[in-house]
Write a protein that binds this ligand. Structure first.
Ligand SMILES: [Zn+2]
Length: 92
């Protein structure tokens, strides 16, 4: 499963460049450290990983550049997942 996330991640980097080229979209203060899936992709994909469910998108436009603290915050306040386990974002 990690290969799927890596594929989506490298697509985003290819199209938009490394997240470190951006300021964090959430706080606007710290430089971004990683691309974070924002949610909302109608073609969103989910995959089980280590007992959790990871949501991700193949569309680079659904990723935001975030610093690590903001990414962690978003992880803890993401949309609830209907299945067992907890929703986590890829690229940790
Ligand atoms: Zn931030």
């Amino acid at each position: 499963m990690a290969d799927l996330y890596r594929g989506a991640h490298s697509r985003t980097v290819k199209v938009r460049g490394p997240a470190t080229d951006y300021d964090c979209l959430a706080c606007g203060v710290r430089p971004a450290a990683e691309w974070a899936y924002r949610g909302g992709d109608p073609d969103e994909m989910r995959a089980p990983s280590n007992g959790a469910v990871c949501a991700y998108s193949d569309d680079p436009s659904y990723y935001d550049p975030l610093c690590r603290p903001c990414h962690r915050f978003r992880d803890g306040h993401g949309p609830p997942d209907p299945g067992p386990g907890q929703l986590v974002l890829p690229f940790d």
